[in-house]
Design a protein around this ligand. Structure first.
Ligand code: AHR
Length: 635
């Protein structure tokens, strides 16, 4: 054997045994050239999509604790409210259809107490949204509208009461005076008892009287202490997703089942007493406490930009408004809505926003016309979209207008693509945009999810999602925005209308599904461009993307959806000699069916470790069923 051959053989042996060999397989090879940029990555790639579905706001993000605060009823009586007759008291309750505090709320609950005293109070009980959370040493703020049948003072006691023990967890007294409608406010403080959702609300009086009630409301502390605000735990989960935008108000919720039940934004601004409430497309009624301004404040709180969906003349039941003069009022409604969001206080709707407590205009760049208009059997979207597009561009030339499907005759700025699929299809869709046409409109993936597992996605879904997101990142020059849907589900029986949803909760606590953690990991590290890269020798179920920001960071996403580990030699040309420490976040499970639940919220959570990248090279093993994010700091 001559010297040359011996040196080659030695080099081969070193190369073979220095790299991890799994199951007799040579490692795959992932080569990244940091010096060669391929495409830009959109800074708005990751955002949120939201609507009233699965008790997303009422019984979810919107922190109101009282369910059916406006006393709607059916043949069984007033929904979610129950009569209290303690001791020897005697009372009845009914809806009074002629008495209400406003033109929006024209009815009320009429509580007629014929006998009551201090030991035998009577009144009403509210069950909350599958209970009411009470935490130790916490302040609750409440209010109601009331009038009584006499000019004198009528003391009213309000309390949070433990379901099982009857223990009063917090209470306050309010004096109702007179026969005219007034708003009453109260505060109450809980004591030392442990946190629980097994509580209800009681409102009682201890003498004979007739009391009319409307808009009974109770809030725990909210995120950023906003009045009429959002739940802290859920907002914190959203903040961890680093969302850049919020698409609202839907989804089917925007369209309504019928035109009258669309998201009629003018009925969802201003004081709550001026909001009539409305039925949703998702088989329950909305309190409309989450109105247009509340959405915008939610954006403000999480530093997201609003992506406003405007009603476009198509409702889910099939009703369509013909393009032309019939559609004009709806176009005007959208222009007014944009003015409410962006107008100065000198404009009609900007002044209304100031009246509602927010003089400063909001920044708005994106407006979406309708939702999933491919379902319109009359095929009127080309005409409807053109009418909205022209009107919006004439008044607001800088706005980017999004179509909900490809349109003829006019080129939208963006088109909204939706994907709901199983895990296997997600793997195919991961490559959906790799060779897509770059000459047309940009793409907004306004709704997407891998749908396996219920009420929240299991680890197989997380793998499908992660694979899909690698495709979004590789093609983010084209796909400039994307949002998972649906975002929320109340996990109590009856809380769910859509069977796979990112974040689950009950009245007390919330949890992130494995798919939620995949979202957090992906959005937490994103560069501003994709460097040239290639992968060879890996299993079909390995997916990756690399993004980087010069002199700042490299973010590598590695997904192994196979049941066996995959060795990979990663080379990072341009990283420079020497050793760099990188953080590696790993989310993994033993089966695709493994998941988190409200009772076991932390079974599958990311685990952080540190790895050394030596001389532009890393010998790495992707564990079976794993999602990893490798972040290399370049500073
Ligand atoms: O995300 C649930 C529903 O799916 C949305 O409301 C609708 O747009 C889509 O069909």
């Amino acid at each position: 054997m001559n010297d040359r051959i011996r040196r080659t053989l030695v080099a081969l042996l070193i190369a073979t045994f220095a790299a991890p060999v799994l199951f007799g397989q040579a490692p795959a090879s992932l080569s990244v050239d940091l010096g060669r940029s391929k495409a830009p990555v959109s800074p708005t790639l990751y955002g949120l999509m939201t609507e009233e579905i699965n008790y997303s706001y009422d019984g979810g993000l919107y922190a109101e604790s009282i369910r059916n605060r406006t006393f709607r009823s059916d043949w069984t009586g007033i929904l979610n409210w129950f009569l209290i007759e303690k001791g020897t008291s005697s009372a009845k309750v009914d809806v009074d259809s002629k008495e209400g505090p406003s033109t929006a709320l024209t009815t009320s609950a009429k509580l007629e107490v014929t006998r009551a005293d201090a030991n035998s109070p009577a009144g009403l009980l509210n069950e909350g949204y599958w209970g009411i959370a009470v935490r130790p040493h916490t302040r609750y703020t409440g209010s109601f509208y009331a009038k009584s049948n006499s000019d004198g003072a009528l003391p009213v006691k309000v309390a949070l009461v433990a379901d099982q023990s009857g223990q009063v967890m917090a209470s306050a007294s309010v004096t109702v005076t007179g026969t005219a409608w007034k708003e009453y406010k109260f505060e109450m403080q809980s004591g030392n008892a442990p946190a629980s959702a097994e509580n209800h609300f009681e409102l009682t009086i201890d003498k004979a009287a007739t009391l009319w009630l409307q808009l009974v409301s109770l809030f725990p502390p909210t995120y950023h202490d906003r009045p009429n605000g959002n739940r802290v735990d859920i907002m914190e989960k959203l903040a961890a997703m680093h969302p850049s935008f919020l698409r609202f108000p839907g989804g089917n919720y925007l369209e309504g089942g019928r035109i009258e039940t669309r998201f009629d934004w003018k009925k969802m601004i201003g004081p709550l007493v001026d909001r009539p409430t409305h039925p949703t497309t998702w088989s329950y009624h909305s309190s409309d406490g989450m109105g247009l301004l509340e959405y915008l404040q939610w954006c403000e709180d999480l530093r997201m930009e609003p992506l406003l969906g405007v009603y476009a003349g198509y409702s889910l039941g099939g009703q369509v408004v013909k393009p032309g003069p019939d559609l004009e009022p709806y176009v005007q409604e959208a222009l007014d809505e944009i003015e409410y969001v962006t107008g100065g206080t000198g404009t009609k709707w900007g002044a209304m926003r100031a009246r509602d407590g927010h003089p400063a205009p909001f920044k708005l760049r994106y407006v979406e016309v309708g939702n999933e208009d491919s379902f319109d059997r009359a095929k009127t979207y080309d005409g409807r979209f053109a009418q909205f597009f022209k009107a919006i561009k004439t008044k607001y030339p800088d706005l980017q207008v999004i179509a909900t499907m490809p349109v003829n005759g006019i080129t939208p700025d963006l088109v909204d693509d939706h994907y709901y699929h199983r895990e296997q299809r997600a793997f195919e869709l991961a490559r959906r945009y790799d060779n897509a046409d770059r000459k047309g409109p940009k793409i907004f993936v306004g709704e997407w999810a891998t749908r396996e597992g219920t009420p929240t996605p299991n680890f197989g879904s997380a793998l499908g999602d992660a694979a899909f997101m690698t495709g979004l990142e590789r093609n983010s020059d084209l796909v400039v925005m994307a949002a998972y849907a649906p975002l929320f589900v109340n996990v109590n029986p009856g809380g769910m209308q859509w069977s796979t949803d990112l974040i689950g909760y009950d009245a007390l606590s919330s949890y992130g599904s494995p798919a939620y953690h995949a979202q957090v990991m992906f959005s937490s590290c994103l560069g501003d461009h994709t460097p040239e890269s290639s992968l060879s020798g890996a299993s079909e179920k390995v997916f990756y993307s690399v993004t980087a920001t010069a002199k700042s960071k490299v973010c590598m996403k590695l997904v192994n959806a196979a049941s066996t580990a995959q060795a990979v030699t990663i080379s990072l040309k341009g990283l420079g000699d020497g050793t760099r420490k990188a953080t590696l976040d790993t989310l993994k499970a033993s089966t695709t069916w493994a998941t988190n639940t409200i009772a076991a919220p932390d079974r599958i959570v990311p685990v952080r470790s540190t790895v050394n990248v030596k001389a532009e090279r890393l010998e790495h093993v992707l564990p079976a069923y794993s999602i990893q994010v490798l972040e290399i700091n370049l500073q």
